[in-house]
Design a protein around this ligand. Structure first.
Ligand code: ADE
Ligand code: ZN
Length: 339
């Protein structure tokens, strides 16, 4: 025990990621490469100039740039390359399982077929299983700034690919777009056998988290930071052990918190909640999964035991089978005992 640094301990521990937007892994170098081969011009002259624009005051300022970046993705190969780049990156970080969001409406609204998007992503996930030993699930998000009719339409398009999609989620601009707006389409998705999750309480109030739980019947809350404003809500989430997918560097970059030292993660853990650490949109927020662990661990002075609990939670809160969960949680415990 205690022979390696926290930094090395984090790098080596087996872990899962449960809140990751594949379009948010689009690194500027790859974006320029794909734009060039697709003959699309980007509004920025160079990778450096683009990176300088990554300076956000809120969620919407980020989303505007994120959707612009995704617009260079045209062919199945582009979606494959995007997904494969993420998978090889996190393979180096001892990530063994990932549950990936994708935003089909961002692409179908530009005339790209649902088939093109999902075939590219799915092929990369298959290759990752075989060549890197990384298991995965896909979660299709509805864009909440669009209406529920559009969400029904994309759900219909997804049905032929049901075997490749574990669940549906809700993302994009939160304020003014409460979960209640999507109650009917989530009900239909549940009837079709999809698990449900939703972004709630990132910028929006605790009331949105209640709606996500009561109306959308979610199995996990994405972010959930503002739950702390409602004691009854925290009590409920703790009792039901509804997991929270917390994203420290995202919260810092989108000014949900001013400083990682003020991040509510410890308060959430101390309230008995099942908290997990995730990277959200790593190409935009300055770090992949390990950087999120390393920076929040430094800011909050986390112990190896707390890191171990967070890594175990990443498997407990996943959509893996109970048998797989137990195997991976035991691996984490062995790692802790030996390091
Ligand atoms: N889409 C990509 N990242 C997101 C986030 N952090 N919140 C809402 N929608 C998103
Ligand atoms: Zn997110």
């Amino acid at each position: 025990m205690n022979h390696i640094s926290i930094h090395n301990f984090i790098e080596g521990i087996p872990k899962a990621e449960l809140h990751l937007h594949i379009e948010g892994t689009f690194e500027p170098d790859l974006m320029f490469e794909i734009a060039r081969r697709n003959n699309i011009s980007i509004n920025f002259k160079s990778v450096d100039e683009l990176k300088k624009a990554y300076n956000f005051n809120n969620l919407q300022e980020f989303l505007d740039i994120y959707y612009a970046g995704a617009s260079v993705l045209i062919y199945e190969q582009d979606f494959y390359d995007l997904t494969w780049a993420y998978l090889t990156k996190v393979h180096e970080q001892n990530l063994v399982h990932t549950e990936i969001f994708f935003d089909p409406q961002t692409h179908t609204d530009r005339g790209i077929s649902f088939d093109t998007v999902i075939q590219g992503i799915h092929s990369a996930l298959e290759d990752a299983k075989e060549k890197l030993g990384i298991s995965s699930q896909l979660i299709m998000c509805f864009l909440r700034h669009l209406d529920e009719v559009a969400a029904f339409d994309i759900l219909e398009q997804a049905l032929p690919y049901k075997k490749w999609i574990a669940g549906v989620g809700l993302d994009s601009s939160e304020m003014g777009h409460p979960p209640s707006k999507f109650e009917n389409v989530f009900s239909k998705a549940l009837d079709e056998g999809f698990i449900t999750v939703a972004h709630a309480g990132e910028e929006g109030p605790a009331a949105y988290v209640w709606e996500a739980i009561n109306l959308l019947k979610i199995s996990r809350i994405d972010h959930g930071n503002r739950s702390l404003e409602d004691d009854q809500l925290i009590k409920h989430i703790a009792e039901k052990q509804i997991p929270l997918t917390v994203c420290p560097l995202s919260n810092l970059e989108l000014k949900v918190v001013d400083d990682l030292k003020d991040h509510p993660m410890l308060q959430l853990m101390e309230a008995g909640l099942m908290v997990t650490i995730n990277s959200d949109d790593p190409a935009y927020f300055g770090g992949y999964l390990n950087e999120n662990y390393i920076q929040i661990a430094a800011a909050l002075n986390l112990s190896k035991k707390q890191i171990t609990d967070l890594a175990k939670n990443s498997f407990k809160a996943s959509f893996l089978s109970d048998v797989e969960k137990e195997k991976l949680i035991n691996q984490v415990e062995d790692y802790y005992q030996n390091n």
